[in-house]
Design a protein around this ligand. Structure first.
Ligand code: ZN
Length: 215
């Protein structure tokens, strides 16, 4: 993939009915998921169904390698998908570059040992708690619903890197989801804001926006 010009992000968004809203407000939160799927559908409905959706499912289950191969196939066949999938492709690559720790390997092995047990033994053996690889540091961490708990209160953070909202989520990790978090100032770590500004051309800095929305 060649370097693409930065996508411009301003403080407003266009909802699926064509109206304009302000980022970080309740109608932005409610429309994040609908907007990314509507845009994929508008680019190429049939290809979005056939190529992108299997990648979305793999991504949301933390199967980054599988997701990456679906996303790369999607943009090979339909290059217009690239802008929408760029963030997810970067996350998949980042996680896949993480070297698993002994704890990660122990967890993965416990899951695979359990999956090989006959079903009647599985009945009596407790499954290991669900963990997925954190989308930031790539290490396994306890599953947390991306829509629950406040990261700035430590309620939705990775056990290893402590970054907020560590679970992969196709809608939240897309352009609108990231822009909501940016303008909402939803996470405390400065890396998020630096990465966002590296990826997107922001019209208004998130701190300026926060100050103006409080005025
Ligand atoms: Zn992490």
């Amino acid at each position: 993939m060649t370097a693409s010009p930065k996508t411009k992000i301003n403080t407003t968004f266009v909802s699926i009915d064509g109206t304009t809203g302000t980022r970080s407000k309740l109608d932005d939160f409610r429309g994040v998921r609908a907007r990314i799927f509507a845009r994929l559908q508008a680019i190429d409905d049939a290809s979005a169904n056939r190529l992108v959706i299997p990648g979305v499912n793999a991504y949301n289950q933390g199967e980054y390698e599988d997701a990456l191969s679906h996303f790369l196939n999607s943009i090979t066949e339909v290059p217009e998908f690239e802008e929408e999938l760029r963030s997810h492709i970067n996350v998949c690559k980042r996680v896949m570059h993480t070297v698993l720790s002994p704890l990660d390997i122990g967890y993965r092995d416990a899951c695979s040992r359990r999956s090989r047990l006959p079903f009647f033994i599985k009945w009596f053996k407790q499954a290991p708690p669900l963990k997925l690889r954190c989308k930031y540091c790539g290490h396994f961490t306890a599953y947390l619903d991306p829509n629950e708990g406040l990261a700035y209160l430590g309620e939705n953070n990775c056990e290893t890197c402590e970054r907020g909202y560590p679970m992969p989520d196709f809608a939240w990790d897309g352009i609108d989801g990231q822009a909501y978090i940016y303008y909402r100032n939803s996470v405390t770590e400065k890396e998020f804001y630096e990465e966002f500004e590296t990826r997107f051309d922001v019209e208004v800095d998130h701190r300026v926006f926060l100050a103006s929305s409080r005025a």
